[in-house]
Write a protein that binds this ligand. Structure first.
Ligand SMILES: NC(=O)c1ccc[n+]([C@@H]2O[C@H](COP(=O)([O-])OP(=O)(O)OC[C@H]3O[C@@H](n4cnc5c(N)ncnc54)[C@H](OP(=O)(O)O)[C@@H]3O)[C@@H](O)[C@H]2O)c1
Length: 489
């Protein structure tokens, strides 16, 4: 069966930086199904050749060493462009004619990819429906929707309703590109394809879990967007909660989209929704010094660029084990990591070592940019009596498998074409995630607490975050990637 990928927002950044290089990369590896064509849609008045020429330059830049003129020339012959505005009905009617012509009436799987600003999602979906483009009489029709999916629970619910008027849930693929990362999928493999971790993956052995998404960059020129969103909408509702779900979920009965997503949703349902007082006690928010002077940011902005949330997953496995989620801009380095902090031994025989929580066993899953896993454990220092030192065993994807790690978008695009939604968020999952984040945002707004802290760019957030953790008898694992970094996001 042939495939057509129709990209709305074809002249934009995501298309040239990620989507086309990913499709080209898969074509080079021979993974793209034969007879796959790509059709771009945006207002810019390109011809097919103009768009191909623009993409030649951008792909040369963003595909890195993988670009090769001969294979690109072949690949680019299956790229087409249709100028159009999502606000204009007739542009969709013309798009339909172009698609029918390109596909010559053959049964085709179409994937509509919304790579444009979220305010256009609703309109684009309605136009696709009105033009008969969701009709499946001549092949499967799917829609991929980029993040952010809504800005709160009400808008996400509304968008789901609009989408479901045109597409059934089976046809909908909501992207969180973190799920396309090999290291995130490897958490499932680590947990469910090994026998040694699962027996200790619970409240009996784990003291707490830290999940950090740190960005080294500040808001740069994205102040206008960022000031309306803030770190909770930008990072917590999607990436951080996805990492939490993958870490905390039960084993699905099989590796199938709905079985996996059923287990993930159960984790969100088990998270205690904090009251305003609990928000004050269990969250921190801060802005980096200089944020208020960034272009596009209100001078009296109350938008946090850093936050911590301590969440409780109230079920048999995790009762009493806090999950600390943390993210910020202008931090010490760029790293995404999941730290499983095990409990201290019940009785310490050796008196000469350091015995505190941060000396207990720890499993560090490094998601990016240095992909791998480290297990920290105590060792006897040779020729030093019974002195102990925390050391580690480490596994690095790069060292073990050589080659480059595929871009998350390669896997996600292939899965959407193949109809595997395991790595995409379901409607109830997105809504449940907003159901946890909304009360925190509301409590910050209505109570004005906790106070807005500040931090120097280049640190791990405000100093108060260290004291706050200290007061709970715990400490942050503040480490820039400890494995060889070899890949970019
Ligand atoms: N960029 C990234 O790396 C990235 C990463 C993750 C998620 N995302 C998400 O992906 C989406 C796109 O982001 P982006 O950075 O690519 O945005 P962008 O660079 O601003 O591109 C927006 C695209 O939408 C098109 N467009 C705007 N108004 C239109 C209209 N009325 N009718 C048809 N096309 C229209 C623009 O083309 P014309 O002006 O030619 O119409 C352009 O192609 C956003 O939801 C973003 O959150 C982006």
């Amino acid at each position: 069966m042939s495939h057509t990928i129709i990209i709305f927002g074809a002249s934009g950044d995501l298309t040239s930086r990620k989507l086309i290089p990913a499709l080209y990369g898969m074509s080079r590896k021979g993974r793209l199904p034969e007879a796959t064509r790509i059709v771009g849609f945006a207002r810019s008045p390109f011809s097919h050749d103009d768009w191909r020429a623009k993409l030649t330059e951008s792909t040369r830049k963003f595909a890195g060493g993988e670009f090769d003129a001969a294979s690109w020339q072949t690949f680019s012959q299956s790229i087409f462009y249709h100028p159009g505005d999502v606000g204009r009905r007739e542009d969709f009617v013309e798009l339909k004619s172009l698609l029918d012509k390109l596909e010559s009436g053959a049964e085709t799987t179409r994937v509509y990819y919304l790579a444009m600003a979220p305010q256009f999602y609703e309109q684009a979906v309605e136009q696709l429906g009105a033009a008969g483009l969701a009709d499946e009489s001549r092949g499967t029709r799917r829609i991929v929707i980029e993040k952010p999916f809504g800005t709160d629970l009400a808008t996400a619910r509304h968008l789901n309703e609009v989408v479901h008027k045109v597409f059934t849930e089976r046809q909908v693929y909501r992207i969180d590109h973190y799920l396309g990362k090999e290291t995130v999928q490897n958490v499932l493999v680590l947990r469910f394809a090994n026998t040694i971790f699962e027996p200790i993956w619970n409240r009996n052995y784990i003291d707490h879990v830290q999940i950090t998404v740190a960005e080294e960059v500040d808001v740069g020129r994205r102040g206008d967007y960022y000031d309306k969103a803030g770190v909770l909408r930008d990072m917590f509702q999607n990436h951080l909660l996805q990492l939490l779900m993958i870490t905390a979920m039960e084993a699905p009965v099989r590796y199938k989209a709905d079985a996996v997503r059923d287990e993930k949703v159960k984790v969100l349902q088990a998270i205690r929704v904090p009251t305003p007082d609990e928000v004050c006690r269990d969250t921190l928010r801060a802005q980096y010094d200089g944020y208020l002077k960034s272009p596009g940011v209100a001078p009296d902005s109350q938008t946090p660029t850093f936050a911590v949330a301590k969440l409780s997953v109230e079920n048999w496995r995790w009762q009493g084990v806090p999950f600390y989620l943390r993210s910020g801009k202008a931090m010490s380095c760029r790293t995404t990591q999941i730290v499983i902090q095990f409990r201290e031994p019940p009785h310490m025989l050796f008196q000469s070592g350091n015995h505190s929580m941060h000396e207990a066993n720890r499993l560090v899953v490094q998601v990016q940019p240095a992909e791998g896993i480290q297990l920290h454990f105590q060792t006897k220092v040779p020729d030093a009596g019974m002195q102990l030192r925390l050391t580690d065993l480490d596994f690095s994807f790069q060292r073990e498998f050589h080659g480059t790690m595929p871009e998350a978008y390669q896997r996600l695009l292939l899965d959407a074409m193949a109809g595997d939604a395991s790595l995409f968020a379901r409607a109830d999952e997105v809504e449940a995630a907003w159901g946890i984040i909304d009360p925190i945002i509301a409590a910050w707004r209505t109570t004005g607490r906790p106070e807005m802290l500040t931090y120097e760019p280049g640190l791990w957030g405000p100093m108060q975050a260290i004291d706050w953790m200290d007061a709970q008898g715990r400490s942050w694992f503040d480490a820039c990637p400890v494995l060889d970094a070899g890949h970019k996001e």
